[in-house]
Ligand binder design. Structure first.
Ligand code: COI
Length: 355
């Protein structure tokens, strides 16, 4: 890929206090852009100063939500090297998401090359402090200037980056989650397994209601029977029930998380009993009531591994593990972050260093 680079003449001041970065609020000096039409394929790969992108008022993305995105991070290790975590997995997932929305996506190789070139240019923006990283947000949007509903002709692939700390204000402390039994997020055959903007737009009403009631986020049930556990808006979920680690199976309506997959692989390699299966809310509540729910946590790129300290269902609240981070949750957090920040050997071959 031929990537042209137009560097900013007005570099911004980098954050001085990395302890108060929050998530996704500050952006680096540049962004990556590339266009697509069926005639030309992907063309004009370029890195340009970060700034507003002109959007036509009739653009497909504004009217029909033609948009898919990814989230991954660049980490700085103790010796100053910058590394990515499983970028090929994100590349493959955006291909799968785009395919569902009838949109094109760059090849795995081009996606990773674009990311690496972009992050190399923005290297000084990768935070130095413990727990902070450079969050990368690649996305593709449809940009035809016409109101007919049809496969998009002109698409844009963009990458922006944001030095970020923890996703939740709670940090690694347990979050409170409300099991949502009214709104649904996705159904099989729909877009649940994709990372498309529309899935997140549809989740906001329930998320807002949960926040009003003092919860951090909602835990979705399946969209047909409202019976089976699916995922939390920004993370997949895992439970330790009577010694067994259970996470909802990937049946088409939940996101195939890269962190989820890494946790499953890691736990299986260590000999834990892990089941990817249907888990009904009744089974989960029964486990809460009978003291069999030992731990609950979420997994996600932004959220990393996040303990769940309280679950609420139909107005009843259940405290998990005395609202403390559990043993397996802590272990997963430590293992994963040690690999990501280069503190432990990369025994699964998940890390990609920048040249
Ligand atoms: C991520 O974990 O990267 C996400 O995309 C979740 C959320 C911030 C939308």
């Amino acid at each position: 890929m031929n990537i042209t680079i137009n560097k900013t003449t007005e570099p911004k001041q980098k954050p001085q206090d990395e302890s108060s970065l929050g998530f996704g609020k500050i952006f680096t000096d540049h962004m990556f852009l590339m266009d697509y039409t069926p005639e030309k394929g992907w063309y004009d790969a370029r890195i340009v100063p970060f700034g507003p992108i002109p959007v036509h008022p009739a653009s497909t993305v504004l009217h029909y939500g033609a948009e898919v995105f990814e989230g991954l991070k660049a980490y700085r290790t103790a010796d100053g090297t910058v590394q990515l975590f499983r970028p090929e997995a994100n590349a493959q997932r955006i291909i799968d998401s785009a395919e569902r929305l009838c949109m094109p996506a760059p090849s795995v190789e081009d996606f990773v090359e674009a990311l690496k070139t972009f992050v190399s240019l923005e290297k000084d923006w990768v935070p130095h402090s413990e727990g902070a990283s450079l969050y990368l947000r690649p996305f593709i949007y449809g940009d035809d200037h016409a109101l007919g509903v049809h496969t998009v002709h002109h698409n844009v692939f963009c990458i922006i980056a944001s030095p970020s700390g923890s996703y939740y204000p709670e940090g690694i402390n347990p979050v409170k989650i409300m099991i949502e039994d009214e709104d649904v997020r996705a159904v099989r055959g729909g877009t649940g397994y994709t990372k498309c903007g529309g899935n997140y737009a549809a989740s906001m009403r329930a998320g807002e209601r949960a926040v009003q009631k003092g919860f951090t986020q909602v835990l979705w049930l399946d969209g047909v029977e409202r019976k089976y556990i699916e995922e939390v808006g920004s993370m997949n979920v895992m439970f330790k029930i009577d010694g067994e680690i259970v996470t909802p199976a990937l049946l088409g309506s939940i996101l195939p998380g890269v962190t989820r997959r890494s946790c499953v692989e890691l736990l299986k390699a260590e000999g834990y009993k892990v089941s990817e299966r249907l888990l009904s809310v009744d089974e989960l509540i029964d486990a809460c009531e009978n003291g069999k729910l030992e731990e609950a946590w979420g997994t996600g790129t932004a959220a990393v591994v996040s303990p769940i300290g309280e679950l609420s269902y139909k107005g009843k609240n259940y405290i998990v593990n005395d609202f403390k981070i559990g043993e397996v949750t802590q272990h997963l957090y430590d293992e994963l972050t040690s690999i990501q920040w280069g503190k432990a050997p990369d025994k699964y071959g998940w890390v990609e260093k920048l040249d």
